[in-house]
Design a protein around this ligand. Sequence first.
Ligand SMILES: [Zn+2]
Length: 714
Amino acid sequence: MASMNRRRFVGTSAAALGVAGLRLPVWAQIANGGTSAAFPTLLGVDYYPDQTPESLWEEDARRISESGLTNVRIAEFAWALMEPAQGKFDFAWLQRSVDILHRNNIGVILGTPSAAPPPWLSAKYPEILEVNEKGEKLHPGGRRFTCPTNATYRRLSLIIATEMAKMFAAHPGVIGWQIDNEFTLGSSGRCYCDYCRAGFQNWLRTKYRSLDLVNQTWGTNFWSQHYSDWAQIPVPLPSGGDPNPGLALDYDRYQSYANASFLEEQLAMLRKLCPKHFVTTNNIGIPYDVIDMRELYAKVDFVAFDNYPGFFEMLLREQGQSGSQLSQAVSGMTAMQHDFGRSILRKPFLIMEEQSGKAGQRTFSPQPAKGQVRLWSYQAIAHGAMGINYFRWDTATSGAEEYWHGMLNHDRSKSPAFDEILQTVNELKALGPEFLNSQYQADVALYFDYDCSWAVKIQPGHYKLSYADQVTAWYGAASPSHTGIDLIGPGSDLSLYRIVFAPVVYVLSEAQAEKIRQYVRAGGIFVTNFRLGVKTESSQIIKRPLPGYLADVMGVTVEDYVPIYADNPHLKFGSMLGSADLECGIWTDILKPSTAEVLANYSSGQHSGKAAITANTFGKGKAVYIGADLRPPDLSRVLGTFTASVGVKPPFEVPLGVELTMRRSGNKRWICLLNHTGGAQTINLPGTFKDAVSGESHSGATELPGYGVMVLTT
Ligand SMILES: [Zn+2]
C-alpha cells in the first residue's frame, strides 16, 4: 500500500473518533461527506506466514511488494501458534511477520482465528463442539466445528481476539481486521446442541415474552406439542416426524442471530481497542442461505466476499450443464454474488479471497483459462467492488488446503496466472481510487428474503421447488437486460427502482405488503409469481384468499395452487408476450382476475382456459402475477417485456456472452464490458469511447477479445 494513502485513511478515521473515544464506522464517515478516495486501495493477497518457513518471509514480502500488491490478510487460522496453551500468548512471530511486511510497505489485515480453535481447547472444553442436524457431535480436526452459542467458546474466542487487538492496535503496519472466517461455511452450518437449545429458548423469551403466545403462534395443540415451560421447547432434531414449521423457521432465525451476535462481540471489542482500523468479515452470498448475511454484515465497515467462480462451474457440471449454457450460468451466478455483496450495505465491497488458480481440497476446480482471472477480477470491480485480495500468495505443500493453488506454485515458481494478476493490479491502480470507490446504479431490484428461503426449505410444496434456485433463475432471466440489478430484502427502499422482481414471496408480513402496495400505487412495477403471500412472518397460513395481503394490488385471487409432477400443462401467451404456446414447469397457481388483465391462459389440462399470467393497474403502477413456473427462456421474455415497458435499457446492446455494467461518480461514468466467452466478440459502439484500461479510443464495430475487458469512458 502507498504510505500516503494509509496516512490519509488513518487521518480520516481519527477524525471520525469524535469526542469521548466513540468511533463512527469509517464508511459512515465517508458517507457523511468525507471523500471515498481517502480509503486505501486494497489490491492484495492472502498470505500464510504461519505456514511458511521464517527464512522466506523477507523474500515473500519483497516479492509481494515488487508485484505492486498493496496489502495482505494473515493469521485467520493461526490460533494454536498465537495461544499455544490456554492463557499463554505468543505474538512474537506474528510481530516479526507484520514488521517485515510493514517495512516492505505492505498493509496488513489481521484475521481473528475463531474459525479454527486449537486442539488444547477442544480437548479441555469438548462442550464447544457443534452438533449437526442429525444430532451428531462434530469432531475436532477440521475447521468450523464449534457452536456459535456456547459461552465458553465465545469467551475464549473474544480473549484471543482481544489479545491480538491489544498487541497490534498501535502497529503502523496494520490497517484492518477480518473477524473469524466464513461463518457457518462448514459441513453442516447450523448447530443443534444443548447450548443452542438454551440460547433458542432465551431468544424466544425475548421475542414472544409469553409462552401462551408461542403456543398460539406455532399451533402447538396439534401433535400434543403444548409447552408449559420454556425449558421444554426443543430444537428441530430428528423426531419421528417433521418439526413444527413455526418452530423450525424461528430456529433458522435464531442460528443467524447466534452467529451475528458472536461476530458482534469481537466487533465491539475491535471498535474500542483499534479505532483506527476498519473491521469486516468474509463470506459468500446467495444461493448460500444458512445465515442472513444482511444481519451478519449489518455493523461492519464494508462487506467482504470470497469469490470462486470455479466452484460454480463444478457445481453446474455435476448438474449436467456444459458448453455456452454453462459459461453463462457461471458468469451469472458470480455476478449475482457480487450484486448481493454490493447491495447489503449499498456501498463498494471487497473481494477478500479471489480465485487465482485451481481451487479446492480433495478435488479442485478447472485451471482458469488464460485471461479468466483478470476477467473475474474486473467482473467484481464492474459490479461494485473497491478492491481484491487474491487467494493466496504461495501454494501450501502440506495441510488440508495444499491443492488450493495460489500465485506461486508448490515449488515457488510463478503460477500460470501470476503475470496476469500483476497486470490486473497495475491496471486497477491506474484506473484509480475514484473509479474503484464509485457507485453502482441499478434500476431493477430482485427481492431475496431469507425467511422465504428458509420457509420454502421447511415446506417446499414440491420436491423440486427451491427458493434460491428460483431467485437464481430470475437473476439469470433478468440480467441479459444489462440494466443493473440490486438484491434487496424486506425493509429495502423500493422507491429507488423502476421495477421490482420478487419470485416465490412465500412469507410476507403485512408491513412488507404495505410497502409493496405503496410502491405500486406510486408508479412502480412489481412482478411476482406463484406462492405469493401464503404465510405471515409468524409462519402461519394466511387466513384469507391468496394472495392474502396483496389481493387488491395484484387484482386476482388464487383459485387453486397445483404442484406439477407429470403431464405438465401448457399455457398460451397473449399478444403482449408474443403469442407463444409453452409448457409449464413444476408449479401452477390458477388465477381468477378481479381487476387484472389476463396476459396468458392455461391451454391444456383441467384448468385450460383459466388465467396463468395477469397484470393489474393499481394507482400509477402495475402488479404482474406469473402463476406458472416458466422455463428460463420464457421467463426471460416475460421479465424483459416489463423491463422494456418502463424504458429501462443499457447504453447500448452487447452480444450474448458479453456483460455490460456501469459505475458512476458525479458526472463521470465508466461502462465495463466483460467477454465471458473464449472467442472474440464484436460490439457496435454508438459513438466514440475511450478504453480507460488501454488508453485507446474506439468507435463503431469494436472487437473485444476472448475473456477480454474494456472500461469505457466518454
Ligand atoms: Zn450449539
